[in-house]
Design a protein around this ligand. Sequence first.
Ligand SMILES: [Zn+2]
Length: 401
Amino acid sequence: MSRHNPKAIPRRALRLLISAFCVIATFTVNLADGDDPPAPRMQLVTFTDVKSVSRTIESRVLLEAQDGGLLLEGRDGRLWNVTPKQLQKREATEDPFQPVSAEQFGEQLVREVAEFGIKTPTQVVVTRHFVVCSTAGRVYAEWCGSLFERLHDAFQSYWKDAGLELREPEFPLGAVVLKDRTEYAEFATKHDRADAAQAPGYFSEPTNRIILFDLTAGPNSTPVKTAGDVRRKLEASSFNVATMVHEATHQLAFNCGLHTRYTDNPRWLTEGMAMFFEVPDLDSRTGWKTIGRVNAPRLKDFRETVRGPREFLPLTDLIQSDMSFLNANQARAAYSESWALTFFLLKTRRDDAVGYLKSIQRKPRLIADSPDDRLREFQSTFGEIDTLERDWKKWIGRQGK
Ligand SMILES: [Zn+2]
């Protein structure tokens, strides 16, 4: 594993779609054994952010660079990179670091939505783990909250069965649900940046939130009045619900300890996990029966990739680099192959997959691996890549028949 590979950082910056991350190219990390136990005390840090706004953040310091740069985690779970140039003041307090309460976090999200110029009244729905801040009405926000809670329980129990004990989320999990695509694009552009608005929803790794919009909203649609209305409308478009579940899975994966934010998570792995869980189960109130079943739309995509005309990405390329996800001609193949690979590994090599996940989650933050490191690490768990690729294609070929 190469600890200092500045060349690989921009790749990651692209992957996250977040401009703030670009400053890390100049960040020299000083880590003892790659471990990052959070500072137990709250620190008050004042700095100018990338938009030249001065901020004072109650935070804990996750990393401290030799040159004085900091990686901070705010009480809302948001990560901040602060370069020595941006840093104005740093004060240690005697108070222990404590995550924000769900109520305070809800108020913060309402303020942010208003500050971004969105005039529609907001409503906040607090569930056990989530804070849904929405301009789409209470019924829709409640429906989202209960979908996410069901997913949380199913996600936890899947990994428990697999022998991987996850933790409960430390921070309240924020979901901003806008009333339509226009508001969503406005919010996403200001919250992250313009290209974030192109997706049908996303998980923001730096801010730790999911940003979505009301999928039942159409040009002539009336607001939903009951959860049954939401369900009837969404059943007609299961792909849209899959988007919500996909993004919420990313959020859970990073908050329950399956992945660690700002480590070099191979993209095939994070996307593969989100697609493994994304098939919605709208029928049951408590369970989530679709986990572990074939994801039919992804399998169809995979078959089309294998047969052409789409270009099939060799497994080595998918593991060594995340670039195919950013290339419009290759992204669809990259997603479908990542689903197929994750599905294959979890169904046929689950213990190895869990071991591999553990090794990735323990990686130091802000250090990118080289392509060779990635391949070596993958092969040390799953064996020689050509043999695996052959077995994988053969096995997937028998699925869904
Ligand atoms: Zn994703």
